[in-house]
Design a protein around this ligand. Structure first.
Ligand SMILES: *Cc1c(COP(=O)(O)O)cnc(C)c1O
Length: 416
């Protein structure tokens, strides 16, 4: 291993000899003195707006936690934790281990790990289940999986739960066994089954969660649940592990409002420990899914932040912002409003504004285009038929006023 040779006494002695020679050559003071940059107080470094420098438009997010919109903005206390973490190097594995233990305690599960997103959590969960079933090493995944040496490679999934994120499992060398009925499911377990995956927010599928868990556990097969976008309510952070799911993935950068490239894998300690063996800094499928100290600390701070909130308090604020928008539009002819809330994922109220485009003079899809073209760009939740959707949960303080003003301008001036 690279690390052990670096730590050997030979190379250490060589380093000491080199550094003594270097000090003699240049004098100790410059080598160990502070550089001009290090000596400057942080307050003397002017902030640079790199979005401006890069000619990138900022946006006002009235749409939701979409990856392409950079998902959530971290609350100030999380931003602060990230900035503090950036000041010091640490042992990455020690940070991961201690962060995991801290989060597990806070979220009432046996084990936890910070990943670089829910998709990475699913990959690492798959790797853990493969290792558990085959008794193989991280370095055997994926190329030895499904061979005579390590034949166990089947993941059972309901047909209606197949999704784009299946790729996160495929990269570990598995194949998916699809089931539709409960009878299919019971018959699907073979000696090669390594895990099951349940896509939480889909409401399709004949097999419900208790049945799903019961049958898998009769076969000693661990169950992973993808709950990436399924917070709020806050209690979901412990509900699914509490129900018996062995592993549960959450996105860190969506409702929890951690760094966009962070996520959580929660669940059974033994499986989390295996997942950690596959995660960076170790070699394996997780090596390319690097989680930096800033992300790990940011994720912990986001967990702290979300546990300080209440569902009622957050919803009250989302509705207050929606009402600011609604109030500004009250004299737009024919306008009507309702709220729409997704049942599981992104479970927050979205303001739905309906009006007669023939009377107002502009179609909702054109309103969307007009607001997107502004600088800062405004992204609305939807605009189809005669309805505009405004999602207020990702707005920054005060932005509801800008959304209200710009929507009013576009709707009011359309006929003129
Ligand atoms: C967003 C999402 C993911 C991926 O989450 P990341 O944190 O962006 O990796 C996975 N599964 C579902 C259902 C999602 O909604």
């Amino acid at each position: 291993m690279l690390n052990s040779s670096l730590g050997s006494s030979v190379s250490r002695r060589r380093f000491l000899r080199w550094s003594q020679a270097a000090m003699a050559a240049v004098g100790a003071a410059p080598l160990f003195g502070r550089s001009a940059e290090a000596a400057a107080p942080a307050s003397s470094i002017a902030p640079v707006d790199y979005y401006e420098k890069l000619n990138v438009r900022k946006l006002i997010n009235a749409r939701g936690t979409f990856t392409g919109l950079t998902a959530a903005v971290m609350p100030l206390q999380v931003q602060r934790a990230v900035a503090e973490a950036a000041l010091h190097p640490v042992h990455l594995e020690e940070l991961q281990t201690n962060a995991g233990a801290y989060i597990a305690k806070k979220l009432r599960c046996e084990g936890a790990m910070v990943t670089c997103g829910a998709s990475a959590a699913l990959s690492l969960a798959t790797a853990a289940c493969i290792q558990s079933a085959n008794n193989c090493l991280p370095m055997d995944i994926p190329q030895e999986i499904g061979t005579a040496k390590f034949p166990k490679n089947e993941v059972i999934v309901q047909k209606s739960h197949r999704y784009e994120y299946d790729h996160a499992m495929f990269l570990c060398g598995i194949k998916i066994v699809e089931v539709t009925t409960l009878e299919d499911y019971k018959r699907a377990f073979t000696p090669n089954t390594v895990m099951t995956n349940f896509f939480n927010s889909t409401r399709s599928g004949q097999i419900d969660q208790p049945q799903w868990l019961e049958i898998a556990h009769q076969h000693n097969v661990p169950c992973h649940l993808d709950a990436a976008a399924d917070m709020p309510p806050i209690e979901n952070l412990w509900k699914y592990t509490g129900m018996g799911f062995d592993l549960v993935a959450f996105s860190g950068g969506k409702g929890i409002r951690g760094p966009q490239n962070a996520g959580l894998l929660l669940g059974k300690k033994s499986l989390i420990d295996l997942a950690a063996q596959n995660n960076n800094p170790h070699m394996g499928v997780g090596r390319g899914m690097k989680v930096a100290k800033e992300q790990i600390v940011g994720m912990v701070a986001a967990v702290d932040w979300i546990l300080e909130q209440t569902d009622e308090g957050m919803e009250h604020e989302y509705l207050r912002r929606a009402n600011v928008v609604l109030h500004a539009l009250k004299d737009i002819p024919t306008i009507q409003s309702t709220f729409f809330t997704e049942p599981i994922a992104n479970h927050v109220p979205i303001l739905m504004l309906t009006y007669d485009p023939a009377v107002v003079g502009i179609k909702p899809e054109d309103v969307l285009t007009r607001l997107r073209a502004l600088n800062p760009s405004i992204e609305l939740a939807s605009g189809q038929g005669n309805t505009i959707g405004v999602s207020t949960w990702m707005l920054q303080p005060g932005e509801e006023l800008i959304v209200a003003r710009e929507l009013y301008k576009v709707l009011k001036s359309a006929k003129a």
